[in-house]
Design a protein around this ligand. Structure first.
Ligand SMILES: Cc1cc2nc3c(=O)[nH]c(=O)nc-3n(C[C@H](O)[C@H](O)[C@H](O)COP(=O)(O)OP(=O)(O)OC[C@H]3O[C@@H](n4cnc5c(N)ncnc54)[C@H](O)[C@@H]3O)c2cc1C
Length: 435
C-alpha cells in the first residue's frame, strides 16, 4: 500500500513527511526539473516563490500561533524554517535556498518516500493527495476541473528583489518598526518624492495580460500599482506608512512622508526584496519607477516582480474538514489549491491532510482540530464557508471560535485565543498519541 502525493511544494512535502512518520510508503511526484511553473526557479522542494518571510512569529498574531501549533505537531516545514531563519524583527524569514535545501534533504533521506520526477497528467486511482499548488496547469488542471465540475481561476503577484551592493546605503537607514531591531533597510521619502513616485507608478506600463483582464486581483497580494491607483495616499497609509520610526529623517531634513522597506532575502544579506511591491509593471518600467525610491537609484534587480495565475477549488462544495473529497474518501487536496492562502497555511493544510489520510488508511477516526485552533479553523473555513464568493484566506483570529468572556483589549484577546489554541493542540496530541 502506498500513497501518491502530487507536488513537492510546501503542502506536499509536509504531507509526505507526516505519512512517512506513520509508516506509509509515499510516492512523491514532482514535475521539477522536467517542467516548471512560471514562478518556480529552483529544482529544490518547498520553494518559496515570492517573499522569503513566513510572516509573524508572535503569539499575538494568528500566523504566529499557526506556526507554534505546527511546531508542537513536529512540522517538517516549520522545523526547516526555524533552522534557516534570517533576522526579520518579529517575523520568521528564512534563507530561501537553505530552507529548500533542508526540506529536500529530509525528503530525499526519508526511507518511506520515493521521489518520482515528472508531470502527473491524470488523477491516479488509490490513496492520493493533490498538492499541485496555485499554479496548477495543463492536464492536471483539466482533470481536477472535470472531476469537480468547476473551473478554477484567479490571479496573484510577486515582488522584485535587488542586490544589497547596488543599494545607496547613504540614503537608507536600518531599523525594524517600533524599535524591534534593525533587520530592514528603509528608504525614507519626502512629500515631493512620494507624489512624484505615485505619478510615475500610476502612469507606468504594465504587462498586457489579456486573459486576466476581467479577473479580480486578490486583496492580500495586490500589485503595488493597482493599490496606488486607488488613491494618491493609499500607499502612504499602507505598505509605505512612515510609522514606527522615531529618529529618521528624509532628505529634506523632515520626518519622512512615506517609507519603503527592504527585507533581507538571504542569510548573507546580499539580496533584499521590496516589501509589498508585488507588481505587474513591465521590467524596464520597474527599473525606472522603482529607481525613484531613495537609495534604489542604481538598484540591480535580481528578480523583477511578476504576476501569475492562482488556482483554487471551491472547497466548501467539495471537501470535508479533513481535506478529503466528499465523493471519494481516498482523495485529499492540500495547500493553496484548497483555498488556504500563504506558505504556512499551505504547510498546515498539508499536515492535516497527511495526518487524516494516514488515519483513514489505518481505519481510525479522522481528527478535527476544531475552530479553537488555527490549523482547525483553516480546515473549517475552506470546507464550510457559506458567505458570498469563496476566496482564499490567510489565517486570522476572525475565523476562529470566539472566546467566552474575551478580554476587550485586542492584544490580550489575541493572546488568550492563542493560549486556548495551544492547550487544545496539547490535548489533541495526547488524546490521539500524535507523533
Ligand atoms: C506568484 C505567487 C506569489 C506568492 N507569494 C507568496 C508570499 O509571498 N507569501 C506567502 O505566504 N504566500 C505566497 N503565495 C501563495 C502560496 O503560499 C504559495 O504559492 C505556496 O507555495 C503554496 O504552497 P503549495 O504547496 O500549495 O504549492 P507549491 O508550493 O506551488 O507547490 C506545488 C508543487 O507542485 C508541483 N506540481 C504542479 N503541478 C504538478 C503536476 N501536474 N505534476 C507534478 N508536480 C506538479 C510544482 O512544481 C510545485 O513544486 C504566492 C503564490 C504565488 C502564485
Amino acid at each position: 500500500m502506498f500513497v501518491n502525493v502530487i507536488g513537492a511544494g510546501l503542502a506536499g512535502c509536509e504531507c509526505a513527511a507526516v505519512l512517512a512518520k506513520y509508516g506509509f510508503d509515499v510516492k512523491l511526484h514532482e514535475m521539477k526539473p522536467v517542467k516548471r511553473t512560471p514562478a518556480h526557479r529552483s529544482d529544490g522542494f518547498a520553494e518559496l516563490v515570492c517573499s522569503n518571510s513566513l510572516r509573524s512569529d508572535k503569539l499575538d498574531n494568528a500566523v504566529g500561533l499557526l506556526k507554534e501549533e505546527l511546531r508542537k505537531l513536529n512540522s517538517l516545514i516549520i522545523r526547516c524554517a526555524d533552522e534557516t531563519r534570517v533576522p526579520a524583527g518579529g517575523a520568521l524569514a528564512v534563507d530561501r535556498e537553505l530552507f529548500s535545501e533542508a526540506v529536500t534533504d529530509y525528503i530525499k533521506n526519508e526511507k518511506h518516500i520515493e521521489i518520482i520526477s515528472g508531470e502527473v497528467t491524470d488523477i491516479p486511482d488509490g490513496p492520493t493527495v493533490i498538492a499541485t499548488g496555485p499554479l496548477t496547469d495543463g492536464s492536471m488542471l483539466a482533470c481536477i476541473e472535470a472531476l469537480l465540475g468547476d473551473s478554477l481561476h484567479f490571479f496573484d503577484a510577486a515582488a522584485p528583489i535587488v542586490t544589497a551592493e547596488s543599494i545607496d546605503m547613504s540614503r537608507v537607514f536600518s531599523a525594524s518598526r517600533y524599535d524591534r531591531g534593525s533587520d530592514y533597510l528603509n528608504c525614507p521619502m519626502t512629500r515631493l518624492e512620494y507624489f512624484n513616485f505615485i505619478r510615475a507608478i500610476t502612469e507606468a506600463e504594465t504587462v498586457p495580460l489579456h486573459e486576466f483582464e476581467d479577473k479580480k486581483v486578490f486583496e492580500g497580494c495586490m500589485p503595488v500599482e493597482v493599490m496606488a491607483k486607488r488613491g494618491d495616499l493609499t500607499l502612504a497609509y499602507g505598505p509605505l506608512k512612515p510609522v514606527g520610526f522615531d529618529n529618521c529623517l528624509a532628505s529634506d531634513g523632515r520626518k519622512p512622508f512615506a517609507v519603503v522597506q527592504l527585507r533581507k532575502e538571504n542569510a548573507e544579506g546580499t539580496l533584499y526584496n521590496i516589501v509589498g511591491f508585488q507588481t505587474n509593471l513591465k521590467f524596464q518600467e520597474q527599473k525606472r519607477v522603482f529607481g525613484m525610491i531613495p537609495g534604489l537609484e542604481n538598484a540591480e534587480f535580481m528578480r523583477y516582480g511578476v504576476m501569475h495565475r492562482n488556482s483554487f477549488i471551491q472547497s466548501p462544495k467539495h471537501l470535508t474538514p479533513y481535506y478529503s473529497l466528499r465523493t471519494r474518501p481516498d482523495l485529499f487536496f492540500a495547500g493553496q489549491l484548497t483555498g488556504v492562502e500563504g506558505y504556512v497555511e499551505s504547510a498546515a493544510s498539508g499536515y492535516a491532510a497527511g495526518l487524516n489520510m494516514a488515519r483513514y488508511l489505518m481505519e481510525l477516526p479522522q481528527i478535527d482540530f476544531t475552530r479553537k485552533t488555527a490549523i482547525g479553523s483553516l480546515a473549517h473555513y475552506v470546507s464550510e464557508y457559506n458567505g458570498g464568493s469563496f476566496q482564499p484566506m490567510n489565517i486570522c483570529y476572525g475565523i476562529m471560535e470566539r472566546l467566552d468572556n474575551a478580554p476587550r483589549e485586542k492584544f490580550r484577546r489575541f493572546i488568550a485565543l492563542s493560549e486556548r489554541a495551544l492547550t487544545c493542540i496539547d490535548e489533541i496530541i495526547k488524546e490521539y498519541n500524535l507523533k
